[in-house]
Design a protein around this ligand. Structure first.
Ligand code: ATP
Ligand code: MG
Length: 421
């Protein structure tokens, strides 16, 4: 176990002043699994005021929970939290009390794998709940009585599912039963906390379908995202298929994964579900438009390709126009993920070729009114009255150009505008 030097320095300062200082939580767990973890949290017997007195630069990041941020020479922040135990809980918020021992602090943590402490000076582990054994066996197990722990904080049900999927672990039986028993009460969690769990699942987990299937099986979807209560496996697996190898995705990975998850429905259903979970307006628009376009064009395009026939240039221009220039890439990635898991059997080679072709069309050919060789002013000067008719005429000209790009000259368009077919 090798915490960063600055973390060891913070621990040394606390210990030299006579306090206990232990690395705790996710970093210890991940290090024992051989995984990198950026934030090494420290737990200490020092009270928050004592921590603030010991270090030159501190930030009261979560002082009501006993957490002080200690800034090192490079301005990096390390979180130091006073040992605490939980009192009076309502299933949503835990209240904390200081003056606890390390073991009490570990006992309030959710899972045994998250309840291991490491003293970076003495280099010893403290593992009263046998978290190391569970790490080795690959098991997520609640600390103490699973039912009681889930009743204290229902979010733990969702956290257990996320950790199991992230590390490809099993969920210990009593813990799983407590998760299932918690499902009807998950509606009491704030939508923000639920969304954060879904976000983390999409970000951290290579194959989110394992987690999503457990959301479905436990009843968590039925409570929290009813549209997904009966989501078929193929849909959940489409989420895993993103990012699609060969079609780079990085910046849009998360919204695309949500688009795949909701793509069994229409755009309205996706919008509703995401609004209930307090997604940002931007994410809601991105996802629901993609879902809508997939429902309208993606599925049938997949059928067409799978049957061996190729869309014409005009078909592709019409598709690019309907999807929108800036969404073409994301749309095809979503299609690729869905086709791959829906038994549509579209060859990856075909998908890559289509992707290149559609991008070339979207960015080089006329697919928007703004790409026409004439604009509204030109039409008005040619005698077409302003108003709705003008917009309709431009749209008609665009349709003609999409059918035959050779029409996209001033002369042809002005004459088409003057002589409707
Ligand atoms: P991640 O990599 O997802 O951040 P993590 O283990 O660091 O994983 P955090 O949410 O950052 O998870 O929490 C840090 C630690 O605090 C956990 O390892 C666990 O010991 C404890 N903890 C967090 N949330 C809870 C909770 N709801 N109930 C009990 N203990 C919790
Ligand atoms: Mg963490």
């Amino acid at each position: 176990l090798r915490p960063p030097g600055q973390v060891i320095e913070v621990a040394r300062t606390l210990q030299n002043a006579g306090f206990e200082a232990w690395c705790v939580g996710g970093a210890v767990r991940d290090a024992l699994l051989g995984l990198a973890h950026l934030d090494w949290d420290l737990a200490t017997s020092a009270t928050p005021p004592e921590v603030r007195r010991l270090f030159k630069r501190t930030v009261p990041v979560g002082i009501e929970f006993g957490t002080i941020g200690v800034l090192d020479r490079d301005g990096r922040m390390h979180e130091v939290t006073t040992f605490r135990h939980d009192v009076r809980t309502d299933g949503r918020h835990a209240e904390v009390e200081f003056g606890a021992s390390l073991d009490e602090d570990l006992a309030r943590r959710d899972f045994t794998i998250n309840a291991i402490a490491y003293d970076p000076i003495a280099r010893v582990l403290r593992d009263p709940f046998e978290g190391q054994a569970d790490l080795q066996r690959g098991v997520v197990r609640a600390v103490g009585n699973a039912d009681a722990r889930m009743r204290e904080d229902r979010l733990r049900a969702l956290r257990a599912i996320r950790f199991a999927a992230r590390f490809d672990f099993a969920i210990e039986e009593a813990t799983w039963l407590a998760i299932v028993a918690s499902a009807p009460f998950l509606t009491r969690l704030s939508p923000e906390r639920v969304k954060q769990e879904l976000d983390k699942t999409m970000e951290q987990v290579v194959r989110p379908s394992d987690a999503l299937a457990r959301w479905r099986e436990s009843g968590a979807f039925a409570s929290l995202v009813p549209t997904l209560a009966d989501a078929p496996d193929s849909l959940l697996r489409a989420v895993d298929a993103l990012p699609v190898p060969g079609l780079s995705t990085r910046p849009l990975r998360k919204p695309l994964r949500f688009a795949a998850l909701f793509s069994g429905h229409d755009g309205k259903a996706a919008e509703q579900a995401m609004r209930a979970l307090r997604f940002s307006n931007q994410d809601i628009t991105t996802v629901s438009v993609l879902v809508d376009r997939y429902a309208r064009f993606g599925a049938s395009l997949g059928d067409q390709l799978a049957s061996g026939s190729a869309p014409s240039g005009a078909d592709l221009r019409r598709l690019a126009a309907a999807v929108g220039r800036l969404r073409v890439a994301a749309f095809l990635r979503l299609c690729a993920a869905r086709w791959a898991t829906d038994d549509r059997r579209v060859e990856p080679r075909t998908v890559r070729a289509l992707y290149r072709q559609l991008l070339r069309i979207a960015f080089n050919e006329a697919i928007e009114v703004a790409d026409l060789a004439v604009d509204g002013d030109d039409l008005r000067r040619a005698g077409i009255a302003a108003g709705p008719h003008l917009g309709q005429t431009l749209q008609r000209l665009l349709d003609a150009v999409i059918d035959d790009p050779a029409c996209n000259t001033r002369e042809t368009l002005l004459s088409l505008a003057a002589h409707p077919a």
